[in-house]
Design a protein around this ligand. Structure first.
Ligand code: BV8
Length: 252
């Protein structure tokens, strides 16, 4: 365990993890809401400030919940979209983008986040497991009349002809992840020599399962988190501290 000051725990000091990064030919990075926390984007499971401390995830992040209360769910996502206008990528996002640009293609970035901050920081080819907060899609299979550009304004907007509802283009609980994205993420997890697991509670599957797949395939797994996570137990090293401080130290 290495705390934020980088003082060594009994196992792996920060410098040794830096050496793992330097020596790894293929690195996979799995990020969660915690990497965006220092940009001011709320996380989900923080006991005080997390979204799931305020809302029931099945009511707000599932198709059933949306069909039951479309206006409430639509307005919550509209509120989250509004927050994005006022936030910027932080040093953690930027460190990953810089490494990808100079790391000669050694890094595959996989995110659970839907905030687009990795892309805004300049990371290329981000594997977005849970979709895009700013994207719209139709709730039901779109008919010839359904055109997002012509959706009638509302909470949520709808097709003026058939009434199909517009929904956020994110993956809700109980929904399949986009198969090509998940397949690419699994391929990266199974072929990397090092996986950095950054800012995730490790509670949501199949995303969290990627860390298990990496470990099982023989990769070193390093957790970067300000608090204990469900993936600490499979990590070869746990760096306890904020991603915006630790990632620039790891990836320089
Ligand atoms: C599916 C919507 C099947 C977008 C979200 C086993 C296998 C497969 C599925 C399951 C399974 N077991 C259970 C399931 C079902 C379910 C699931 O995982 N449930 C859990 C809760 C038990 N999974 C699903 O339903 C998935 N779909 O499996 O479909 C299927 C297959 C075929 C056909 C049909 C169906 C879909 C999961 C996606 C759900 N969508 N959100 C949105 O609105 O954002 S989940 C939600 O949680 C977000 O997407 C978020 O990204 C995700 C994970 O949360 P974290 O990113 O980890 O965030 P959290 O707040 O929890 O933690 C933040 C961490 O950061 C903390 O540890 C904190 O300490 C740390 N931190 C804070 N600050 C910092 C920091 N770290 C570093 N630096 C800091 N500064």
């Amino acid at each position: 365990m290495t705390d934020d000051a980088g003082t060594s725990g009994p196992c792996t000091p920060l410098d040794e993890v830096r050496a793992w990064v330097r020596d790894a030919r293929r690195i996979a990075v799995l990020t969660g809401a915690g990497i965006s926390a220092e940009s001011g984007v709320p996380t989900f499971r923080d006991a005080q400030t997390g979204y799931w401390a305020q809302f029931n995830p099945m009511e707000m992040a599932s198709e059933t919940g949306f069909r039951a209360q479309p206006a409430r769910v639509w307005d919550w996502y509209a509120h989250r979209r509004g927050l994005l206008a006022g936030v910027q990528p932080n040093a953690g996002h930027r460190a990953l983008a810089a490494f990808a640009q100079h790391g000669r293609g050694r890094l595959t970035l996989i995110t659970q986040n839907v905030d687009g901050l990795h892309q805004r920081a300049g990371s290329p080819d981000v594997l977005c497991l849970h979709g895009d907060l700013t994207a719209d899609r139709w709730l039901d299979r779109p008919r010839a009349c359904c055109d997002l550009a012509d959706a009638a304004p509302g909470h949520p907007p709808r097709c003026p002809t058939c009434g199909n509802l517009v929904r956020p283009g994110v993956v809700w609980f109980g929904e399949a992840l986009p198969l090509p994205v998940l397949a690419a993420a699994q391929q990266a997890a199974q072929s990397c020599e090092l996986m950095l697991v950054v800012g995730t509670a490790g509670a949501v599957y199949p995303a969290a399962g990627l860390a298990h797949q990496a470990r099982h395939a023989g990769a070193r797994v390093v957790v970067v988190n300000t608090a204990a996570s469900e993936l600490d137990g499979i990590a070869h090293a746990v760096l306890r501290g904020p991603a915006a401080r630790l990632l620039p130290l790891l990836l320089d």
